[in-house]
Ligand binder design. Structure first.
Ligand SMILES: NC(=O)c1ccc[n+]([C@@H]2O[C@H](COP(=O)([O-])OP(=O)(O)OC[C@H]3O[C@@H](n4cnc5c(N)ncnc54)[C@H](OP(=O)(O)O)[C@@H]3O)[C@@H](O)[C@H]2O)c1
Length: 342
């Protein structure tokens, strides 16, 4: 049994992770859950915080948004989780709620049970991309969200949508949520060709296109209903900042809805007539029913309706490997999630 909590902190912008030994938290609030981390996934946002100080208001900082583990203690009003449950959760960088440590404390609402058939490593990759994809649909496009308990039942229903960056974690989650939310919508996506079969056969995109193809615009239009062009684009990688031709895939007579994830850079400027909305996970509270998002994810996982977005790439074992994870993420990944086994 562990008798202490080892956390990995960044002391200032650009500094390498440093080990800090602290007591295991005992001050568990009534609605809180103490999780002993078993696997931690690295996100681009961890790198942006640690290396660029992106959105950091004070140092030192414990990074980490994603992880899975075992419930070690629960507050006296926690109803849905018990000690020894295997769970995944949404963590918050800062200190006690961050995932780059052995033990973290999060709100019950941020936790979902891990299906027995999923490994901790797989489950650790689910949180950020799922809830940001939810923001893409619920805030960016304002679609109905029928899979979300008490979520919006009505909204924008495009006949086709192009997901830019289908092999990113966010893109892979977005494809799946689009298929669940809008069963009649033609879902198209872009990525490197090596990922196309996963994006179509496993995740459900109708067609995937080489993101560097010189015939991309014509190919997307041809694959859209009546070859008119798409009604909506969800840009999960900020491609529209430099690849302006993607806006030519819109149906000229259609609604031209463009949902762009906030990458930390300036908002992407769009051609006139394009209806652009920036989405980011910190605005999730705008979505009706969002308090049920992890419960709804748990149901989707149990029913086999939501698949592992991307294959897991294990970067190492032990918290000491987190630095390697950050450095690997800094160089960029292609169609995989970097995970560390605790
Ligand atoms: N604001 C928020 O709340 C929030 C939350 C989550 C994520 N984000 C941001 O969303 C972005 C995606 O995050 P992520 O974790 O999903 O990233 P990721 O998995 O690390 O993204 C890597 C993938 O991006 C693809 N890609 C890069 N440029 C592309 C382009 N021009 N067209 C198509 N695909 C492209 C690559 O595709 P190929 O290898 O196939 O070429 C690669 O598979 C990041 O900027 C992240 O910071 C923001």
């Amino acid at each position: 049994m562990a008798s202490q909590n080892i956390k990995y902190i960044v002391t200032e912008k650009g500094a390498p992770l440093k080990e800090k030994v602290t007591p295991i938290p005992t001050d568990i609030g009534p609605n809180e859950v103490l999780i002993r981390l078993k696997a931690i996934a690295v996100n681009p946002a961890d790198v942006k915080m640690a290396y660029q100080g992106h959105r950091v208001t004070s140092w030192p900082l414990v990074p980490g948004f994603d992880g899975s583990g075992i419930v070690d203690a629960v507050g006296d009003q926690v109803r849905n989780f018990s000690i020894r449950d295997e769970v995944l959760a949404n963590f918050i960088p800062g200190d006690r709620a961050a995932s780059f440590q052995n033990f973290a404390v999060v709100q019950e609402e941020s936790v979902a049970k891990k299906p027995i058939t999923w490994s901790f490593e797989e489950a650790a990759t689910l949180g950020v991309c799922y809830y940001t994809a939810l923001a893409g649909l619920g805030i960016g496009l304002k679609t109905p969200l029928p899979f979300l308990k008490d979520g919006p039942a009505t909204g924008f229903v495009p006949s086709s949508a192009l997901v830019l960056g289908g092999s990113s974690a966010l893109g892979a989650a977005t494809i799946q949520l689009l298929r669940l939310a809008l069963p009649d919508c033609t879902v198209l996506t872009t990525s490197s060709p090596k990922h196309h079969s996963r994006l179509t056969n496993t995740l459900g995109a109708h067609r995937a296109f080489d993101r560097t193809s010189t015939t991309l615009v014509a190919d997307v239009k041809e694959a859209s209903p009546a070859s008119r062009g798409v009604d909506a684009i969800i840009d999960t990688v900020g491609a529209g900042a430099t690849e302006k031709h993607v806006f030519e895939t819109f149906d000229p007579q259609g609604p031209k809805k463009y949902a762009q994830v906030w990458t930390g850079d300036d908002e992407i400027k769009v051609p006139s007539g394009v209806d652009s909305v920036l989405f980011r996970s910190r605005d999730l509270s705008q979505i009706q029913g969002v308090e049920n998002m992890m419960g709804s994810l748990q149901n989707l996982l149990e029913e086999g309706k939501y698949k592992l977005p991307l294959p897991v790439h294990i970067v190492g074992g032990g918290l000491g490997a987190l630095q390697m994870g950050l450095e690997k993420m800094l160089k960029g990944v292609s169609g995989e999630k970097l995970v560390l086994v605790v």
